[in-house]
Every structure is written in structure tokens, then in C-alpha cells.
Ligand binder design. Structure first.
Ligand code: MN
Ligand code: MN
Length: 458
């Protein structure tokens, strides 16, 4: 019996076949990151892969039986996948929730202007960012414009040509460099350079860019009002490190947990004991608000539909019962201890890079405020499940006491009265344009989530 807790290593004791599977998994994950740069694109990816893996639209089935694989889409920004279990849904389900929105720069409703013969697109940042990190890097632009006659998708990947935010040269930056890092670049300076070419000096550059947009997409300036255009880093995800043990890429918060959750439900048992439910939500980075965030009724509504398709006499109490008996992993990333910046972390209760999937009893700030605080009983069951399934795991808190903290979707799921725990991959450089995750940890998250769907509640 080992008395003292010993940290583990994600790469330790992997069988050769598992090592190969881990590397292959990371490759496929990188492809997903490069495609799924917005929540809409993630959902499109999810639908395609769901259908390839035998899932059918929930609305296409009138009744559900164990083993059925179904999915449901909400407003192109959420997808829920379910594998119907042996037990009726009313007995509770195993839910994994992850978010597919990531920090980015949204175009303002009236974005285009010109100044000193440079055309710009104004942005309003989405989610928590260190603004200086988003200048002088190539950016792509993705999204939807709704015109009076239809819809136009815009997909500028930033490979061939990119948009970019400028920053001051060091020679002239002495005033700027005296400012704090949060003030050095201001929100209203996050303007994307969109052009500079006119044939003569009288010509309006703004009109030229509008013409170009009209020729290419058939849109006019007023159409921006009814658009959702997201500027995201045009930096391809790739292996990082001389040993290539790390995945670097934009949007890993929280697409790393979304992807591992998706793969886990694809690969779970044909008929799990309890119905497995994988939920991809939007809007986590701005408080899980709105009809596509975790605070929306969407997840409840889908569970109600699952029950309704299993019974002749649906009533609301059945939904209440189902949810109260459900268990949930709020799958979201954790902050990995960063040896170059040790001061905000408390070393004995920090998550570490490469030490397995993280389980967090609570996140939150100022005396655990704004946090789901998982019960000892639920933590105990999860811990045992992970050990029984040979998953390398660790625990973590988000920084020192009063040093920060954060929120996830866990509190909103817990409010429905089910058991919820936060669990995910520990990232370095979280919320930056190029986040880092250990390939071993990514694989362990996948194993953990699969074990949850297959084993939990047995
Ligand atoms: Mn997150
Ligand atoms: Mn986040």
C-alpha cells in the first residue's frame, strides 16, 4: 500500500499499441483544430463525424431503444449526441459537456472604416484575452452574413492572405512600454487591417473595399449588421517540441475536451449501462448565456425528447427524475503549472502538464465563489472509476487562493440537480492564440471520458 500520493505521468506504462493510438489520436485532433475554428464549424464537423459513426437525427426516430445513436443540433451552434443505454433515460444519464466557443475577435456591427489610406475592420473581443497577444499575427475571418436575399458564408483562412492588427515599433513605443500590459493595447486598437490600395488619391478606400466585398460575396455595408464574423488566429495547429510530445494550436480551450468527448461517445460500448450524452455548447467564454449557452434549456429539452420517445405517457416529473439521477463531467481545460511564471500557482494543488487528465473539485474565486463544488462522494466515485480504468489523472485548483479563479459550465449543470465534476486537459498559454496541450493528457482525457460513458453508475 502506497501511503503517500504520487504524481503520475501520462506517457508512463502505456502499452506499445496505446502509444501508437495516442500519436494517431493527436494527429486527428490537430486536423479537427484546423477545421473547427468557430463554433459553427465545430458543429458542422460534429454532424459529419456523427453520421459517419452511425448517429441519426433524433427527430428521425419516433421511438428509441437501447443502442440507438442519435444527435440533435441547436441553431448550428450546439450539438448533442446520445447513445441509448440499457436503463431507461428516466433512470438518469451520463452527460459530458464541453464548450466549442473560444476567445476571438468578433467584427463590430459597423466595422469598416479608413484612416490615412488604410482600411480597417473594427473588432470587439470575445472572451478573456491578453490583448497584446493578438497584434502582429496573421488572422483569418469566418462566419455568416445574412443579407435581405439570403445567407453568405465567409471563410478566409488567412493562409494565402490574412488580416492583421498592427503594433507600434519599439523605437516609438517608449510611452506605450510604460503602460501596464492590460493597457498597452486597448480594445479600440484591435482593428484589423483590411486593405490599402486605391488607384488615385481621391478615391475612397472604404468604397473600394465595399466594392470588393460586393463583387466577391454580394454583400453591402448594411449587411454587416446581420452578420457574425469572427477573426481567429491563422496559425495552423501542429506538433510542438523537439520530441513532438505537445499539440500547439488555437482554440484548445475547450475544443480539446469537446473533441475527446466526441471520440469517447463514438467509441463507447454499443449499449452502455446508462444513456451516454455528449453536449457541445457555445458562449461559455462569456458566461454560458443565451439560447446556445449551457444556461439555455436546450439540454433539458433534448433529454425530455429522449424520455418521450421511450414512453407512451410522458410527464414532466420523468424529466425531473432523469436529471436528478444524472451524472455529469463538465469537460473543460485546466491551467497547467507554468515553471516560467510560478507565482500565481500553489504548487501542491496545481495541475501539471503531462500528468494526466485533471479532475477539479471546484474552480471559482474569492472563497470558491461562482463554483460548482463537487461532493466528496461524487469525487470518490470518479476517482475510483479512473483508477479502475487505468487512466492517468491528477487533481488541480485554479491558482493560489485569491489569485484568480474561473468558471465553467459545471455550476449551470449542477443547478439542474445532478452530480457534476470539472475534468479536462491542463493547458499552457490558455486563451492565447497558440495554446499548448500534452499529447499524453489529451489521450488520457479521451480514456477518462470513455470510461465515464461505459463504466459510471454500473
Ligand atoms: Mn473553457
Ligand atoms: Mn476559457
Amino acid at each position: 500500500m502506497e501511503l503517500e500520493y504520487k504524481a503520475k505521468n501520462s506517457f508512463e506504462n502505456l502499452m506499445k499499441s496505446e502509444k501508437e493510438e495516442m500519436l494517431e489520436f493527436a494527429k486527428e485532433y490537430i486536423d479537427f483544430l484546423n477545421y473547427g475554428v468557430t463554433e459553427r464549424r465545430c458543429v458542422a464537423y460534429g454532424i459529419k463525424k456523427a453520421e459517419e459513426n452511425g448517429f441519426v437525427p433524433l427527430d428521425s426516430l419516433d421511438t428509441l431503444k437501447p443502442g440507438d445513436r442519435v444527435y440533435s443540433v441547436n441553431r448550428d451552434k450546439n450539438i448533442i449526441l446520445a447513445v441509448i443505454g440499457k436503463n431507461p433515460v428516466e433512470k438518469g444519464v451520463n452527460i459530458l459537456g464541453a464548450h466549442i466557443d473560444s476567445p476571438r475577435l468578433d467584427l463590430k456591427p459597423m466595422p469598416l472604416y479608413e484612416d490615412s489610406k488604410i482600411a480597417y475592420l473594427k473588432t470587439h473581443y470575445y472572451g478573456g484575452i491578453k490583448k497584446y497577444q493578438w497584434t502582429t499575427i496573421p488572422m483569418g475571418l469566418y462566419g455568416k452574413v445574412v443579407t435581405e436575399n439570403g445567407e453568405v458564408d465567409i471563410e478566409i483562412d488567412g493562409e494565402d492572405y490574412a488580416l492583421v492588427i498592427s503594433d507600434l515599433l519599439p523605437h516609438l513605443a517608449s510611452e506605450q512600454m510604460k503602460k501596464t500590459m492590460s493597457e498597452g493595447i486597448e480594445g479600440e486598437q484591435l482593428n484589423l487591417i483590411a486593405g490599402s490600395y486605391t488607384e488615385n488619391s481621391e478615391e475612397s478606400l472604404k468604397t473600394k473595399i465595399l466594392q470588393l466585398l460586393n463583387d466577391k460575396y454580394g454583400i453591402i455595408e448594411e449587411d454587416f449588421i446581420s452578420s457574425e464574423l469572427e477573426a481567429v488566429p491563422a496559425i495552423k495547429a501542429r506538433d510542438v517540441g523537439l520530441d513532438r510530445s505537445i499539440v500547439g494550436g488555437y482554440g484548445q480551450d475547450d475544443r480539446v475536451c469537446a473533441y475527446t468527448g466526441l471520440r469517447a461517445i463514438f467509441d463507447c460500448n454499443k449499449i452502455p449501462e446508462y444513456t451516454a450524452v455528449c453536449v457541445w455548447v457555445d458562449k461559455e467564454e462569456i458566461g454560458s448565456m443565451g439560447n446556445t449557452g449551457m444556461q439555455s434549456r436546450y439540454t433539458e429539452n433534448v433529454i425530455a425528447q429522449l424520455i418521450e420517445k421511450q414512453t407512451d405517457s410522458y410527464n414532466d416529473l420523468m424529466l425531473r427524475r432523469a436529471i436528478s439521477s444524472s451524472n455529469c463531467i463538465s469537460a473543460d481545460v485546466a491551467a497547467a503549472f507554468d515553471p516560467s511564471f510560478p507565482s500565481p500557482y500553489e504548487k501542491s494543488n496545481s495541475a501539471y502538464f503531462g500528468r494526466g487528465v485533471v479532475i477539479e473539485k471546484y474552480v471559482g474565486a474569492r472563497g470558491k465563489s461562482g463554483s460548482n463544488d463537487a461532493s466528496a462522494e461524487f469525487m470518490g466515485k470518479i476517482r475510483k472509476m479512473l483508477n479502475d480504468s487505468s487512466v492517468v489523472w491528477q487533481f488541480g485548483e485554479l491558482g493560489k487562493i485569491d489569485g484568480g479563479g474561473g468558471g465553467t459550465v459545471s455550476q449551470y449543470v449542477a443547478n439542474l440537480n445532478c452530480n457534476v465534476i470539472d475534468s479536462g486537459v491542463a493547458l499552457l498559454s490558455m486563451h492565447s492564440p497558440f495554446e499548448l496541450a500534452s499529447k499524453g493528457d489529451i489521450y488520457m482525457a479521451y480514456k477518462a471520458y470513455k470510461a465515464f460513458f461505459n463504466e459510471f453508475g454500473k
